[in-house]
Write a protein that binds this ligand. Structure first.
Ligand SMILES: [Zn+2]
Length: 417
């Protein structure tokens, strides 16, 4: 069997034929080079408008990297024609195996993009002996294709989340679809301002926005404002994950201040290394942590009181009756306001201010799982962490869509990976 036969099996293009396959040298190593020739009776198309146009002249041969065979790099070699298009002037013809000025064939770009879901971009570049830049361009191509072809109908529930990047100095706004049957990242935007979320709704479209039934987000004011304006029919739910995160931060503040105070007064450092003991749910503690927490709870510390308030609040989410949940919430806030723990009092005040949105949790119960936003938040952070080398916002944006967007892929004649 000849390599030509294999090439015809994995990628046959009408109007073009694989002419010959031979060894060639690229960057000091032997590679397989397959020369492509245009069929004499085939059509040449304008790369701008896609219409069949008469040929104008022929350019110098170009190489397009293809999927490697048995660890040997493969290149397609073709001398593109220019066509004379009455609409677009003299242009390079459209090539069915690569787009624009890309040096990588579509098949290879999809291959690299596929691996970039499993490995970091740097690893993909190393394994396939290509550059980081080419992996990035491949992912970009996959994301652009996927976003242009994704189905956006029937979205009923979205979750809005923000994550810090660039060492916490800047934020990204992420919008997810959190419907029962379809969960994915829909949109990424710079910053977490009013205009950020307005940009999402502009992209999402008025019709789809007014069809939303549930929006889930943090108590972040710009988000609340925009959702109230752009999706006022939707039930806006403050999600559990974000509220518990606020409490976690409050406990952290209480603990840090108290630890400093104990140290200044010369007491034993009982609060040393207790951060995770106080932030984790008790059921998630390790065997070693359990007795340490029990020991810590013996002390009458401000940190312990803050911890107990947080753990007590967990009951709120389990209520079935909104009436009793409201009663519990009010009692909890009153108790916390008397606690003399300022960071916790700030949380209680925040909850009181947003009581109606908080109570929406019970109206929306069962409609979607609130754990989804938290799960996505973890995955997004992981994507960013794996991303050493994402110097630009663009690269980071592509990585997030690529790993969390559940984007569609074209039906290819052959699946390389
Ligand atoms: Zn044209």
């Amino acid at each position: 069997m000849q390599v030509k036969t294999i090439l015809n099996h994995v990628g046959k293009h009408r109007s073009f034929v694989y002419e010959s396959v031979r060894w060639a040298w690229v960057a000091g190593e032997p590679v397989i080079e397959a020369t492509i020739r245009a069929r004499a009776n085939g059509h040449s198309r304008c790369s701008i408008c896609g219409r069949v146009r008469p040929g104008y002249d022929t350019l110098a041969p170009r190489r397009f990297e293809f999927v490697p065979l048995w660890g040997i790099r493969v290149f397609l070699c073709y001398a593109p024609r220019r066509v004379n298009c009455p609409r677009c002037a003299v242009r390079v013809e459209a090539l069915p195996w690569a787009r624009g000025k890309h040096q990588v064939s579509d098949a290879y770009a999809w291959f690299l993009a596929g691996w970039a879901k499993r490995l970091s971009w740097k690893e993909v570049a190393e394994v396939f002996r290509t550059s980081w830049e080419k992996v990035f361009r491949s992912v970009e191509m996959a994301v652009e294709w996927g976003r242009a072809h994704q189905e956006l109908s029937g979205i009923e529930a979205i979750g809005i989340d923000e994550i810090a990047w660039q060492r916490g100095h800047r934020y990204l706004t992420l919008v997810y679809q959190i419907d029962e049957g379809c969960r994915r990242l829909l949109w990424v935007g710079k910053e977490r301002k009013v205009k950020t979320l307005l940009r999402f709704f502009r992209w999402f479209g008025k019709e789809r926005s007014t069809a939303l039934q549930f929006v889930c987000s943090d108590m972040w004011k710009p988000y609340l404002k925009v959702v109230a304006k752009k999706a006022k029919q939707a039930i806006h739910v403050l999600d559990r994950f974000h509220i518990m995160a606020h409490m976690g931060k409050a406990i952290d503040k209480v603990r840090a201040a108290e630890a400093r105070e104990l140290k200044a007064k010369g007491y034993a450092p009982v609060l040393k290394n207790t951060r995770w003991l106080l932030l984790k749910r008790p059921e998630n503690l390790t065997e070693k942590q359990e007795p340490r927490l029990a020991e810590l709870l013996e002390y009458n510390l401000r940190s312990v009181r803050a911890y107990l308030l947080k753990e007590d609040f967990q009951f709120f989410w389990n209520y079935v009756s909104p009436y009793w949940a409201g009663w519990f919430l009010d009692r909890w806030c009153t108790r916390t306001m008397r606690s003399r723990l300022d960071p916790m009092k700030t949380v209680a005040r925040m909850l009181r201010t947003h009581r109606p949105l908080l109570m929406n949790w019970f109206r929306a119960k069962g409609a979607f799982s609130s754990g989804i936003v938290e799960g996505f938040n973890t995955k997004a952070k992981l994507t960013l962490r794996k991303s050493y080398g994402f110097r630009t916002y663009r690269a980071m944006e592509m990585a997030l869509y690529h790993s969390l967007g559940a984007l569609p892929e074209p039906e290819l004649t052959h699946k390389f990976c």
